[in-house]
Design a protein around this ligand. Structure first.
Ligand code: SAH
Ligand code: ZN
Ligand code: ZN
Ligand code: ZN
Ligand code: ZN
Length: 512
């Protein structure tokens, strides 16, 4: 009989495997000599292809937001020089890819729309667009729904279909109970402003509550790359934004909206809540969040310089070490974040949905009460709320489960391990019973260790020095030959991208 499938383990592998296993990593030069070139989604990121034990290959720029080349095919070698003509063509392409309407025009359209009598308020499902009478003719053949009520306008996440492009922009919307839990929690904690980064449904629920009852009047600002949302909000409550490079599509005006929002009331009472796409790389996200935090900090007086901007970063539990690498003060809550349309869902033994998604926060966990009716309890020893299955281990002196299942203590490993693991004497550690002994998994590219990736390898500095020395030597040896090879290579690449470009001329902005 086959062993019971370790479902959470499979999810963990699937998602974390998408990060870095292709051998492509993002690099942030400490002193960038030149600004990154621009794609339609703002400044590109610098990537490097790494092979285990080999020297770094050539670095290149690619889109920060789209991991699927079908969505943005930008590619440029770091040391590639482009002709004036190609630069001009790129600029024209970037302009063509921008949304057809400015933020201000969208807001004006919205104001016109709500003035219309109910029978004239139409929405085109094909184009995902609110229609004004002048637009009707153009959408005559499309599926158009009418009588769009104020209630519907306030819940755009129900009106719009969730984007489903797995690689670039999969939208996983919070289930009602999670969304209500978050809104209630934010209000209990006394927040008055919420910066929603990639959380459109939370944004709308906050506003819905604020307009509904007097008790809650939390303000919310949504930053999201999904431009469709700009039809439903004025400029001060939505900015078209890319969270992988901190790019505001509407330039300085939008950046100022965000700055004003963060710095209002001397920065008191504001929290940032973010739920990025899980396939996204952690490091660029962390860099962006640090920029938003810095923006908030600018508005602080000197004597409160030790304070931190409160943050909820919603992400799968197995990114804990990655996140804490960038934000050591964050801890992971046991609360399982549920989604309406998440493919990564299975009914657990209890019939309850098991979600691998958690909240990472710098708010002290004893202040965050998790609902007992959903199976959470307070652990007085750990001073935090944990799930019922998460038992306090007296040897580790903590509630050790990370994934919501009961973990077991292994005396040989001197720590608690997943229930599906057993101790392997060959490997000298706990692992799945059917693991192949000694086989390296997707570990670090430099030293092969499993508990970290190349970018956080303690040996990285040394390996970089070696790389550099090797590179220099090679360069001296065959400078001329290399130059020629390079030329050829980049010409090959150019023709490939040209062909690709032709194929993808139909490229339209965000699946519109
Ligand atoms: N659970 C959230 C939605 C999370 S899905 C809710 O219910 O409110 C991820 C969100 O991030 C989507 O809204 C998506 O449009 C947005 N997003 C994806 N890539 C982005 C990027 N590069 N910059 C900004 N937002 C992005
Ligand atoms: Zn792009
Ligand atoms: Zn239409
Ligand atoms: Zn233990
Ligand atoms: Zn063990």
């Amino acid at each position: 009989m086959a062993a019971p499938r370790d479902w959470l383990g499979a999810v963990e592998e699937e998602i974390s495997g998408r990060q870095g296993s292709s051998g492509v990593e993002v690099v942030f030069p400490s002193d960038p000599a030149t600004p990154a070139p621009l794609c339609p989604h703002g400044p590109t990121l610098l990537f490097v292809k790494v092979n285990q034990g080999k020297e770094e290959t050539r670095r290149f720029y690619a889109c920060s937001a789209c991991r699927d080349r079908k969505d943005c095919n930008f590619f440029q070698w770091e040391d590639e020089k482009l002709s004036e003509a190609r630069l001009a063509a790129r600029e024209a392409h970037n302009r063509r890819c921008q949304p057809p309407l400015s933020r201000t025009q969208c807001a004006e359209r919205y104001l016109k729309f709500i003035e219309l009598p109910l029978p004239q308020r139409k929405f085109c499902q094909r184009c995902q667009q609110l229609l004004l009478p002048d637009d009707w003719e153009k959408h005559r053949e499309h599926r158009v729904v009418g009588d769009i009520s104020v209630g519907q306008l306030r819940r755009p996440s129900l009106l719009l279909y969730p984007l489903e492009n797995k690689k670039t922009n999969a939208q996983y919307l919070f289930a009602e109970r999670t969304c209500h839990f978050l809104v209630d929690l934010l209000s209990t904690l006394g927040f008055t402003r919420v910066l929603c980064v990639g959380t459109p449904r939370l944004h709308e629920l906050i506003r819905l509550k604020a307009s509904g009852d007097q008790k809650s009047n939390i303000k919310s600002l949504l930053l999201d790359i999904d431009f469709r949302y700009s039809q439903f909000y004025m400029e001060d409550s939505f900015c078209h934004y890319n969270m992988f490079n901190h790019h505001f599509f509407d330039g300085k005006a939008a950046l100022e909206v965000c700055r004003t929002f963060l710095q209002e009331d001397k920065g008191e009472g504001v929290i940032m809540v973010t739920d990025p796409p899980f396939g996204g790389l952690v490091e660029p996200l962390a860099v962006t969040f640090k920029k938003l935090i810095a923006m908030w900090k600018e508005g602080q007086s000197q004597d409160s310089s030790h304070k931190e901007l409160p943050v909820f970063w919603i992400f799968p539990y197995f990114f804990e070490s990655r996140i804490r690498q960038f934000f050591p003060s964050f801890c992971m809550l046991d609360y399982q974040v549920d989604y309406d349309n998440h493919a990564l869902y299975k009914h657990g033994k209890t019939g309850r949905k098991q979600s691998p998604v958690r909240i990472f926060t710098n708010i002290p966990p004893n202040k965050i009460i998790l609902p007992s009716e959903e199976g959470y309890r307070f652990c007085p020893l750990c001073q935090r709320y944990v799930s019922l299955e998460n038992q306090h281990c007296e040897h580790c002196n903590s509630c050790t489960s990370k994934d919501g299942r009961k973990w077991n203590h292994c005396f040989l490993c001197k720590k608690c391990v997943k229930p599906s693991w057993t101790h392997c004497s060959m490997c000298g550690r706990c692992a799945l019973p059917d693991h192949s002994c000694g086989a390296p998994k997707d570990g670090c590219f430099i030293c092969g260790e499993l508990d970290h990736k190349r970018s956080s390898c303690p040996k990285i500095a040394a390996s970089r020095r070696v790389d550099k020395a090797v590179r220099k030597q090679k360069q001296r040896k065959s400078n001329k030959m290399k130059m020629e090879a390079t030329k050829e290579q980049s010409m090959n690449h150019t023709s490939v991208t040209r062909r690709k470009k032709r194929r993808e001329r139909a490229h339209q902005y965000l699946c519109s």
